[in-house]
Ligand binder design. Structure first.
Ligand code: GLV
Length: 317
């Protein structure tokens, strides 16, 4: 039986599955392993099932024992893993696409609604019972008829587009390549960021964090937006330069931000805390029982597939 190290606690039925398929070294206390501890624990293991909280950088990967052949990430994103370093050591890296598309798109829509309709301020006032109805109380931005720019039209972006269209939004997008008409479903393609941002009343960031997308939302690109635009991010915190966005919010260039992800999670840049309109969640994109179960099972299956066939359909390096 292959031996695997599971770095974070999984849902019960997924841990049972892991222990059925493998000799699984589980983390029942859900301790956040340091890089050093992860390296120590992985001795004698054939695979490591990681989470987005594990920073698998070059130095860590280089110190993994030769026995480790697979790093199976319990996430669709793999910005926490140095793919090249893994490749050099002939370790395959896998992810969990598709199964989290719906749940993550739901949160993407929640961010748009929450930021546009001033949900943070509304929740606070309602809980404190310190509000009074009036014709102009907590007036927000209406989605119907607004233009939604989607940055990164992969599976999650496409699902957000379908829901947002049903809400009456007009969909624009930028992607590395134009989609087929069938996948576009009437969305308007822009071949540059500037072109997309200039028509985005609301932006939904859905692209992966890569060297090319780090700080894509910055001092310069924020100026491309119409004044009063709303920025939402359901992808990765690394894509946004927080200081630039906080400054744009304070200047009212940007009306509101809806973030499920941010740099340095779980520590939020204090600049956001001071801005009442920010609608911020603690990385809940895939957090439903159905989805987290499917993701963990897929992460386990990816390892199994590799050891049975020598390859894996969800290999990303
Ligand atoms: C969640 O953020 C994921 O990448 O799966």
């Amino acid at each position: 039986m292959k031996k695997i190290l599971v770095t974070r606690k999984l849902l019960k039925e997924c841990e049972e599955k892991a222990s059925k398929v493998f000799d699984a070294n589980l983390n029942s206390n859900d301790e956040l392993y340091s890089q050093l501890k992860l390296i120590e624990l992985s001795q004698g293991h054939d695979a490591v099932l990681t989470s987005l909280t594990d920073k698998m950088d070059e130095a860590t990967i280089n110190k993994l024992p030769d026995s480790v052949k697979v790093i199976s990430n319990f996430a669709v994103g793999f910005g926490n893993i140095d793919l090249e370093a893994a490749k050099k050591r002939e370790i395959i890296v896998t992810n969990t696409p598709d199964v989290l598309t719906d749940a993550t798109a739901e949160i993407g829509i929640l961010l748009i609604l929450g930021a546009c309709r001033r949900a943070s301020e509304g929740i606070k006032s309602a809980k404190e019972s310190n509000w009074k109805w009036s014709a102009d109380y907590l007036i927000g931005k209406q989605l119907t008829g607004s233009r939604l720019g989607i940055l990164g039209m992969g599976r999650i972006g496409q699902k957000i587009a379908i829901i947002a269209k049903a809400l009456g939004m007009i969909i624009h997008y930028h992607n590395r390549s134009k989609l087929s008409e069938e996948k576009e479903q009437g969305a308007i393609y822009h071949d540059s960021l500037k072109s997309l941002f200039s028509v985005s009343d609301v932006l939904s960031i859905c692209c992966p964090a890569t060297k090319e997308t780090v700080n894509l939302i910055n001092k310069e690109t924020l100026e491309y937006f119409p004044t009063g635009a709303v920025i939402t991010n359901v992808a990765r915190g690394d894509i946004v330069d927080d200081e630039a966005l906080i400054d744009a919010l304070n200047r009212r260039k940007i009306y509101a931000a809806g973030l499920d992800v941010y740099k340095g999670e779980p520590n939020l840049n204090p600049g956001y805390q001071k801005i009442k309109s920010t609608f911020i969640l603690p990385h809940l994109g895939s957090a439903t029982k159905h989805t987290r179960t499917a993701m963990a099972n897929l992460a386990i299956d990816n390892i199994d597939e590799f050891f049975k066939t020598g390859n894996c359909i969800n290999k990303v390096n």
